[in-house]
Design a protein around this ligand. Structure first.
Ligand code: ADP
Ligand code: MG
Length: 768
């Protein structure tokens, strides 16, 4: 069965070499009860461990059924231990945190036997060793003799051909020793039993053969094997532990230290909680921002100003220049450079073509349009003093007609966002609408414009108030080829050409819209007035003069000094003098959120094949706000996540340390499992399983705690901001976070698990 040829075992401790076994030559029969006698330190345990494949010989060879083990791999030894050998130790070596049935089953579990097969066999064995009434007990609920019976049952579980017992009665009293020896004797009937003892009486009473050892040598053998005894065939299947076995083993172990596991999981979950909360909140806020953008998209127009400086690009550029560091600032050399003339255009060239393009393309996407034209020349008579409205500093005459492409009437913007408090909507060219602020207050200048002299008025008083509109030919005088506004005077005020505008209605911003539309003192008029003014002014002297001049008739500026921009600039001035139907300013009100994207696309499309000077830039205020806010949100989110990630990393390191402690605690278990044939891989699996359980628990715990915390957080946010359900955890984020928690903890536990698998089973078994 077994043959030891010249086996030598040398232990090296530092530079000291200990010859534990010295040239041992021994043969064992398949069926005999061998006792190995010898004083302490003579090498008995070492011999047994080498025979059982727990330890490796330094020199010589061990033949198992005639097969040399010189080229045995780890897995061959594991299979040999699992299938062919059963160990019985002096200190029983049961796994304390699982019940005795599971202890007995462990070897079968490792060899992949099915659950019901294992159970049946384990109960059968428990009956055999006389413990059938104790099957649900844990090892520490048994006496020493009973524990040794369990150990013997475990040794027999895989029907091994060899039982190796190392002083099995060493820790037992005489009476119990006898019972155990009877049991081993019974077992030895159809097996090879090799038992180490230092008690010659026991050896004589039970063994068929006694081998005596001293100083690592065999000094006597009562019944040596002769050469002509039978040879057998070697055959073995390898063992494997499923991850499920490892998981249940670790689950049992973890259950014995619930408090610590919960604490550990909780500590590791803090990072997850943090990240989950941050993600939920930033998600929620982003959603709120998007919602706000959607809600306000029709109130926040896309604005096309006469100046190109005002566009999303330039504004964003300016804003980022605050935060980003340019590396060409504060040069250290003593050089001065002249700035290169970058040829960019500064005026938007809004032409009739452009207006046609808008009319043809964006009509379906806009609810309303608002056009700005040159300021109308208006004059007032305030207590006998004549003043142009344009010279009043505090007056915000947003003299902008609302209209849609289809009709020239007041657009829905007014009816959607304003309440008509009094009067009616203007229809004719001389009818105007005034807007009062939401506290029913008008500014002093606004009051002056309407020639109001008292402090308080009823709506009725205001209806019918008049403003005089002066046309260019009366407003301007010429001197040589330049034009100047005439000083405001009674003659101008009373000129019979003037058009008298009458207040027909009073509007105020709607309560629910006050956050999205600013509340102003403004005067609104109809497109009819614009068209009428245009029809008159296009033939005014100043317009004709300006059309034929290559410099500004108001300032004397030569247009050519604007380079390629000259034409756009001249056009703008003419527009201001009402020569052109093309407006100077444009406000496009999108129908809804998606329409806004379409409008932006169309505006970009127009610019595509245009050069720098004929491009028309625009401001998308809503996008600007959300790009800035979401930029800030992203920044804050990233910073917070980075902080929380530190706690994640810390917890994975902590988990590594805790796993390492667990490895130290379970060293004995590692030895036992190895003696039962567990592979190194199985051992690391046991610990990886432990970490897996903790990682999963902490991930799920983190998500659950985060979800619970979101309830009061949302309440608090609702109280602070009126926003409901800001913090919402995306289920995908939750799953990803649990996976991250698993990965990080597995990483943290991988080193200790690896160290565990590397443990020498013999040393592991020796530790207490
Ligand atoms: P026995 O079981 O007969 O009491 P052992 O086989 O345990 O003896 O030990 C034989 C000798 O080998 C002893 O001198 C012991 O100190 C030494 N020895 C055993 N194991 C180790 C080890 N892991 N490292 C170093 N020396 C060891
Ligand atoms: Mg010993």
């Amino acid at each position: 069965m077994l043959e030891l040829k010249n086996i030598t075992k040398i232990y090296k401790t530092g530079t000291f070499k200990q010859k534990a076994l010295n040239n041992i030559d021994l043969k064992f029969r398949s069926n005999e009860f061998v006792a190995i006698l010898g004083p302490s330190g003579s090498g008995k345990t070492t011999l047994l461990n080498i025979i059982g494949g727990l330890d490796r010989y330094t020199n010589g060879d061990l033949l198992i059924k005639g097969k040399s083990t010189k080229n045995f791999k780890d897995k061959d030894w594991d299979a040999y231990r699992n299938k062919s050998v059963g160990f019985v130790f002096q200190s029983y070596n049961l796994i304390p945190h699982i019940d005795i049935l599971s202890n007995i089953e462990m070897g079968m579990t490792l060899s992949g036997k099915r659950k019901n097969v294992r159970r049946k066999k384990a109960i059968e064995l428990l009956n055999k060793v006389g413990l059938k009434d104790h099957k649900n007990k844990k090892p520490n609920q048994l006496s020493g003799g009973q524990m040794q019976r369990v150990a013997i049952a475990r040794a027999l579980a895989n029907n091994p051909e060899i039982i190796l017992a190392d002083e099995p009665t060493g820790a037992l009293d005489t009476k119990t020793s006898k019972q155990i020896m009877e049991l081993i004797k019974e077992v030895s009937k159809d097996k090879l039993v090799i038992m180490v003892t230092h008690n010659p009486e026991i050896a004589k009473a039970y063994a068929d053969r006694i081998i005596s050892m001293q100083d690592g040598k065999v000094i006597d053998d009562s019944n040596p094997v002769t050469d002509n005894e039978l040879k057998e065939e070697y055959k073995l299947k390898r063992t494997k532990m499923s991850f499920l076995t490892a998981l249940s083993l670790s689950l049992n172990n973890i259950l014995t230290k619930k408090g610590r596991t919960i604490l550990t999981s909780f500590a590791s979950s803090i990072g997850i909680i943090g990240i989950a909360l941050i993600l939920s909140l930033s998600n929620g806020f982003q959603k709120q921002i998007d919602k706000f953008e959607k809600d306000t998209s029709d109130a926040m127009p896309i604005f096309i100003s006469p100046m190109k400086m005002i566009s999303n690009e330039t504004i964003e550029e300016e804003m980022t220049s605050f935060t980003t560091q340019k590396d060409n600032l504060y040069p250290t050399d003593e050089k001065i450079k002249v700035k290169e003339d970058t040829k960019t255009s500064s005026f938007n060239y809004i032409t009739g073509d452009y207006m046609e393009y808008l009319k043809d393309n964006i009509k379906d996407y806009t609810s309303s349009l608002m056009f700005g034209y040159g300021s109308l020349n208006m004059i007032q008579n305030y207590k006998g003093e004549y003043t142009y409205l344009s010279s009043l500093s505090d007056l915000n005459i947003q003299v902008l007609p609302f209209k849609s492409f289809d009709d020239l009437s007041i657009s829905s913007i007014i009816t959607d966002y304003y309440d008509l408090l009094y009067g009616k909507m203007p229809e004719e060219k001389d009818e105007i609408l005034i807007e009062i602020s939401n506290d029913n207050i008008v500014s002093v200048d606004f009051a002056k414009a309407l020639e109001l002299e008292n402090n308080e008025y009823t709506f009725e008083d205001i209806l019918g108030k008049e403003i005089k509109l002066v046309f260019n030919d009366i407003y301007y005088s010429s001197y040589q080829d330049m034009y100047f506004p005439n000083e405001a005077s009674r003659e101008i005020y009373d000129n019979y050409n003037n058009l008298t505008l009458k207040v027909v209605g009073i509007i105020r911003v709607k309560k629910e819209k006050k956050s999205i539309v600013s509340s102003n003192n403004s005067i609104y008029y109809t497109q009819k007035l614009v068209d009428y003014v245009h029809s008159i002014e296009k033939d005014s002297k100043i317009v004709v003069a300006q059309r034929n001049s290559d410099k500004s008739v108001l300032t004397g500026e030569v247009f050519s000094s604007y380079g390629d921009d000259a034409l756009a600039y001249k056009k703008m001035i003419l527009a201001r003098l009402y020569d052109d139907v093309a407006p100077t300013d444009l406000y496009l009100y999108p129908k809804d959120f998606d329409s806004k994207d379409e409008i932006v696309k169309l505006l970009d499309k127009y610019n595509k094949d245009k050069d720098e000077y004929t491009k028309v830039t625009y401001v998308d205020e809503a996008a600007l706000i959300s790009s800035v806010t979401s930029g800030i949100m992203d920044g804050i989110t990233i910073v917070l996540i980075a902080f929380s990630s530190i706690s994640l990393i810390v917890s994975s390191i902590m988990l590594g340390i805790i796993t390492y402690i667990s490895v130290l605690e379970r060293t004995k278990e590692i030895g036992i499992l190895r003696s039962l044939g567990a592979r190194k891989k199985d051992i690391s699996r046991v610990f990886n399983a432990e970490v897996f359980i903790i990682g999963l628990t902490s991930g799920i715990l983190g998500i659950v705690i985060a979800l619970i915390l979101l309830i009061p957080i949302n309440k608090l946010l609702y109280n602070l901001t009126d926003l409901t359900n800001v913090g919402i955890l995306d289920p995908i984020h939750a799953i990803v976070l649990i996976i991250i928690s698993l990965i990080l903890t597995l990483m943290g536990g991988s080193i200790p698990s690896y160290l565990a698998s590397k443990k020498d089973p013999v040393i592991a078994l020796r530790t207490e």
